[in-house]
Design a binder for this molecule. Sequence first.
Ligand code: ADP
Ligand code: MG
Ligand code: ZN
Length: 483
Amino acid sequence: MNGNYEAVIGLEVHAQLLTQSKAFCSCTTKFGNPPNHNTCPVCLGMPGVLPVLNRKHVDYIMKMGLATNCSITPRSIFARKNYFYPDLPKGYQISQYEDPICQHGHLEVELGDGTTKRIGITRIHMEEDAGKLVHDMHPDTLVDVNRCGVPLIEIVSEPDMHTSHEAYQYLSMIKQIITYLGICDGNMEEGSLRCDANVSVRLRGETRLGTKTELKNMNSFRNVERAIDYEISRQIELIEDGGRVVQESLLWDADRNVAVSMRSKEEAHDYRYFPEPDLVPVVVNDAWVEQVRSELPELPQKRRDRFIEAYALPKYDADILTLERPLADYYESAVAGLSVKNPETFKAVSNWMMTDVLRVVKDSNGTIAEFPVVPASLASMVNLITEGTISGKIAKEVFEEMLATGETPNAVVERKGLVQISDTGAIEAIIDEILAANAGQVEQYRAGKSQVFGFFVGAAMKAMKGKANPKVVNDLLKKKLDV
Ligand code: ADP
Ligand code: MG
Ligand code: ZN
């Protein structure tokens, strides 16, 4: 990128809410029903019918507002955003324009290099989704209005970001928060989380904003990053060549890695926004706000910091374990089942999760919720190691067995006879044999070649099929060799 320029980026994020019913009628939001099945006169836009606001829509948006440090507007109103498109039978979308319900928030976004940056949130408002056009099932285009009226929230950021990386990190944090709150499944590939990126460039030192373009149709985090980088370069080259950026909407084409012009961007007045006459204002009193606040879960950054504090985990571990709420819940359930609770055992559970558990989850393309080993079993396994019943090495075998059969670790250990041998007499007999058979190495060790010690440990463990208590083996070998 040309160093004389600075990019300016603001994101508009749409999140489809996980309510049971639609925003202004009682139709189900269930995905996968036959086309045009989840409909009624209200969401079909029949004349003369009246919308009724779903209270959950308000609860959910307030959750997001409170989680992003917004103030809640005591009296907010709906507005009609008028436009024509075949997926919108009403000819307008119910949205909010003036006085949205959440305003003036911010997030402290971590940039991944240890620094954070405050990104302002201008507003979060309620709106409803449009239907879907199906182009590939029939020679004509088909319309499916099941999605019409599904509740959305739109989260609008300040133009506070300057690189695609910052935008990526901000978007990741939004996704993490909405999924922690349980108000949206956060799936960009399936379109329940959508992001438009507004991009402009200006010469460094310039304080006025340049003309922006709006990128749409990016269905993954990577595509958001790529599209922004593409657009920054395109605008700089255009200006360097003496051209001017025109305000327009661009569609990202992920196959070709280019953004193509969709239409010249409408201005707000093109939508002829006006207050929705069929809905009363949304009045939220303090009691309602406090009710919603009391239902907020511990948020990701807070939980991460508590993991570092309470379990003495490195930040690296805590970041990974709190990335998703079910993962953090799994960790805490496992920790609750530990017989000895100290930084070592806390770290042991973390190590098992970050390596073995997450590897299996990832390989199976599943989620932690489907993982066959329950937290209590992982805890029991760590307990068996702590108590000296099995070695860490045997534990790997126990873990594989638990995965395959779903048994508890105790059952596996018993069935396969994996109990660690700590009986000094039995181990001593083996060690004596090994020392006798390897007189040469014993001499080398005593002459100062201390690395040979590992050879004896290995030989003893092998002779006992890995079941010997490594600490007992080490102690006995020391006693016998250091004479
Ligand atoms: P519009 O009415 O075109 O949607 P808004 O003023 O509502 O424009 O802003 C939409 C988004 O674009 C916001 O996230 C805002 O931060 C961002 N934005 C506004 N102006 C610029 C600009 N000049 N460059 C980059 N982003 C901008
Ligand atoms: Mg916009
Ligand atoms: Zn309906």
